[in-house]
Design a protein around this ligand. Structure first.
Ligand code: SER
Length: 598
């Protein structure tokens, strides 16, 4: 059935609404108050506390569209369907329905609403492992819907188990749905999960009934949850009979522009196609990261900033390969923004920032790319001449430090020359800085909220600080960004000038006074409108008329927020501002700590 992405999103949400689900807003791409993760990687991510048993203000059946960034598959980008940014349609049962309803609704939506023929659908189920039995129940449900055994494949844990998103948390067996794109099988063994591209995974129903503990045990959860995720790009690709996601309307204008700007063709036509797709994917992801309503991620050397830098720089290198002239990031960004602004108006609002940041990063990299490439070629040819195959960690570090080549970028260049990179040597050369970026990367792959006691306290301290700033500086001093690590809180807020020493001590004093007062921190669910009417600070617009959580610290502060928070401000012990500095034009930044770290 021909369908646009707009129609698909709409149909999906309406379908699940008709099955009793409440439509909620997707979260920001940049998780707030979550030091262990760089980006939102799945629709379930912002819902972790509810999957673990906390009550969601909108009930036990939820559905949404979630922007996701995943860089785990970055090397596969360039094929027909792997992307670093994608939109995930999801429906959740929080201890409500389970396998039967989830699978039956998936099947109903796929066949009746999207018009896939049952013969096009193959599924996989969990084959059992680690004392957790094979998922015969899911197989039986698929069979009852008319999917024959020949298209129900039982696969091991590495294929049919999802989560936890980080080291610990909710997880469980899943059943994945694949559409056969009609191309011939690549061999006798070709089946869902095969890399040849015949079977495209478009939807995953996860039965989250376990909690993985820090010791690696799988404890049954007290509630049985369903977490599903359907990929928008892949689904409309299959619905419209395209061979690749790049032909869908979400990419077509971008691909056309890239072709138009290309002045050279690499000898190998496959490399040209791959380069075009990588540029398109990385630019789209970068635009969404830079345009995120929460803001704050800029190209840089650590964590999320580093991921963004890698994406932009990788795209610049492939643009060079295609003979695309400098300044291209601006024209591609304009296309992405125009293509998506009706769904994500924040991109239009942040158009200037997106373009400025992309252009600046492109220019920064342009300056050193040629020199770095020369350095790389020199070393690579010397190695090859001497029959050596490993590029030293020291060289990789120099390419990073002097020429701004991210490590995986150097690895990719090396691979093209049949060389590998001594990554351990690189790590050693780069230990100090690398400590931070490695943590960032691991965190990115990891993914779960570290709702540890310390970060929870800092989160509450952030609310107190926010309010105190408004008291001392005025109501304009609103949050522009927040980031919490177990060591400190960082808070960006609107204010045109440096704070005076006196203002800083006043803010500190006010916060400490609220801590001493031992205010109870309470949470209430209400509509955003009611929250605003009650005077709660609400930073981010909600798309739908949904329930939000409002956290109040006694009579002092009230903010719309997902939590978590301490129960009493007394738990913070004390509060100290370490630094007040400029963040960007009109935005100041405070770094602060609490003195009870227990
Ligand atoms: N969390 C699961 C996934 O990402 C289902 O959404 O595949």
């Amino acid at each position: 059935m021909q369908m646009t992405a707009d129609q698909l999103r709409d149909n999906y949400l309406k379908f699940f609404e008709s099955k009793g689900h409440k439509i909620i807003s997707g979260a920001s791409l940049i998780p707030e108050n979550d030091p262990t993760v760089l980006f939102t990687t799945a629709g379930m991510h912002p819902l972790v506390p509810y999957l673990l048993g906390e009550k969601h203000p909108s009930g036990t059946r939820l559905t949404d569209v979630q922007k996701c960034v995943r860089t785990g598959d970055i090397d596969a980008v360039g094929d027909t369907c792997h992307l670093t940014f994608f939109e995930m349609l999801g429906n959740w049962s929080l201890g409500d329905y389970f396998k039967k309803e989830a699978i039956e609704w998936s099947f109903e939506f796929l066949t009746r609403h999207l018009g896939f023929a049952p013969e096009q659908i193959s599924v996989t189920v969990f084959q059992g492992e680690d004392n957790i039995p094979r998922d015969d129940e899911s197989s039986a449900i698929w069979r009852s819907l008319g999917i024959p055994d020949s298209r129900i494949h039982a696969l091991p844990k590495e294929d049919n188990w999802w989560g936890p998103a980080g080291a610990t948390g909710p997880c469980g067996p899943d059943t994945e749905m694949f559409i056969d794109n009609g191309q011939p099988a690549c061999g006798a063994e070709c089946r869902p999960g095969c890399r040849c591209g015949k079977y495209v995974e478009i939807w995953n129903d996860v039965f989250m009934q376990y909690n993985k503990t820090a010791e690696g045990a799988y404890e049954p959860l007290k509630q049985h949850n369903v977490d599903t995720g359907m990929g928008v790009e892949r689904t409309i690709c299959m619905l419209n009979g395209y061979a690749t996601v790049y032909e869908t309307e979400l990419f077509a204008p971008l691909m056309a522009k890239i072709k138009e700007l290309s002045a050279a063709r690499p000898e190998n036509p496959d490399s040209a196609v791959r380069a075009e797709r990588i540029i398109a994917d990385h630019m789209r992801t970068s635009v969404f990261i830079l345009g995120d309503p929460k803001g704050g991620v800029k190209p840089g050397n650590v964590g999320a900033n580093y991921v963004l830098r890698r994406l932009i720089r990788r795209s610049v290198r492939y643009a060079k390969m295609l003979g695309i002239a400098p300044g291209y990031t601006r024209s591609l960004a304009e296309i992405v923004i125009d293509n998506y602004k009706h769904v994500y108006p924040e991109l239009d609002r942040n158009r200037q920032t997106i373009i400025d940041e992309l252009t600046a990063e492109e220019e920064r990299f342009e300056k050193t790319l040629t020199a770095g490439q020369r350095e790389f070629d020199k070393v690579a040819s010397a190695l090859t001449q001497h029959g050596q195959t490993v590029l030293s960690g020291r060289t990789a570090f120099k390419l990073y430090d002097t020429y701004g080549f991210p490590l995986d970028f150097t690895r990719e260049l090396a691979e093209e020359q049949g060389l590998s990179v001594d990554v351990n040597g690189y790590d050693a050369a780069f230990k100090k800085h690398q400590e931070l970026s490695k943590q960032g990367d691991a965190n990115f792959k990891g993914g779960l909220a570290d709702n540890s006691a310390v970060t929870t306290r800092l989160h509450t301290a952030t609310h107190l600080l926010h309010k105190a700033l408004q008291i001392v500086l005025g109501p304009h001093a609103l949050q522009k960004g927040s980031n919490i690590t177990p060591e400190r809180l960082r808070f960006d807020f609107a204010h045109p000038e440096k704070m005076t020493t006196e203002q800083i001590s006043q803010v500190e004093e006010i916060v400490n006074e609220q801590i001493k007062r031992g205010l109870p921190v309470t949470v209430t669910a209400m509509t955003l409108e009611d929250a605003k009417a009650k005077g709660a600070t609400a930073l981010f617009a909600a798309k739908y008329d949904e329930q939000v959580k409002v956290y109040a610290a006694g009579d002092f502060s009230m903010e719309v927020c997902g939590g978590p928070h301490v129960e009493n401000t007394g738990e913070l012990g004390g509060f100290k501002i370490l630094k007040e500095e400029s963040s960007s034009a009109g935005v100041r930044r405070i770094k602060a700590v609490i003195t009870n770290k227990g």
